[in-house]
Design a protein around this ligand. Structure first.
Ligand code: NAP
Length: 247
């Protein structure tokens, strides 16, 4: 299948977990992918994996923390591939813990990566997509943006902001052919959640599926939103959470 042949995709946080899975899945259907992250070793591994399967991939090192780093990454991606057709705002952190123990530094880091970086990546790339008359932005939010969970307030609030931005950007860029949507995963086994051990299973137990999801299951939803299969889908937040927020 080569649905995205001739198209390019920038996947932030493509060095690990959901981003890595999304990059591989997008490359599998023909996209030339650019993955970003801070870890050059993991980035190179993902690039090699995609290339050895016959796909096209490059790594751009980027510590996303503010407007300048986001615009710089977008600019370097554009220099590399000419034009970015698909943006997957996936890079994110999810430190959990009591409100009283959260430092201002931690608060700022969560908001910087989970909200500010996607904001300025979209600011830099979506107008270009609009000029071309097509494009897709997929934001990775979380089920924890949908309900109150003790110790997950800061994380959930940052992703709730991204969920609202998804709808705002659908209104802003949709009329110019740019579809902006989100996936909202439940508990997924990744490098980032490895440290949670059994807690991940407990978090998953409340959902109809009753188990954590896989990276591939989230990547499948991202691929759907990135392709013309979702041609009439704008501003949607697609839960990929085993049914958790439905019940
Ligand atoms: P992960 O395995 O920890 O990977 C996180 C990715 O973000 C890595 O590629 C990391 O790259 C990148 N990243 C972290 N800090 C960065 C920074 N300052 N600048 C640039 N890149 C940075 O995470 P994951 O579990 O796959 O989660 C990916 C996304 O899904 C996140 O937005 C998360 O909130 C969301 N999500 C995850 C779950 C879950 O259960 N796993 C559930 C719902 C939503 P480097 O280390 O190379 O910088």
């Amino acid at each position: 299948m080569s649905e995205l042949q001739g198209k390019t995709a920038l996947v932030t946080g493509g060095t690990s977990g959901i981003g890595r899975g999304a990059a591989i899945a997008l490359a599998n259907i023909g996209a030339r992918v650019v993955i970003s992250g801070r870890d050059e070793v993991r980035g190179t591994q993902v690039v090699q994996e995609i290339r050895s399967a016959g796909g096209q991939a490059d790594f751009l090192a980027s510590d996303l923390r503010d407007e300048a780093s986001a615009r710089s990454l977008a600019g370097r991606a554009r220099e590399l591939v000419g034009h970015v057709d698909v943006l997957v705002n996936n890079a994110g952190i999810y430190p959990f813990g009591p409100t009283e123990k959260t430092s201002e530094q931690e608060f700022d880091a969560v908001v910087a990566l989970n909200v500010k970086a996607p904001y300025f990546l979209v600011a830099e790339l979506a107008p270009d997509m609009a000029k071309h008359g097509h494009g897709a932005v997929i934001n990775v939010t979380t089920m924890a943006a949908e309900f109150g969970a003790s110790g997950m307030g800061l994380y959930g609030a940052s992703k709730a902001a991204l969920a609202l931005l998804t709808k705002s950007w659908a209104a802003e860029f949709g009329p110019y052919g740019v579809r902006v949507n989100a996936v909202s995963p439940g508990p997924i086994r990744t490098d980032g959640t490895a440290g949670m051990g059994d807690d991940l299973d407990q978090l998953a137990a409340a959902a109809p599926a009753g188990r954590p999801g896989s990276v591939e299951e989230v990547a499948e939803a991202i691929v759907f939103l990135a392709t013309d299969r979702a041609s009439f889908v704008h501003g949607a937040i697609l839960p990929v959470d085993g049914g958790r927020i439905a019940v």
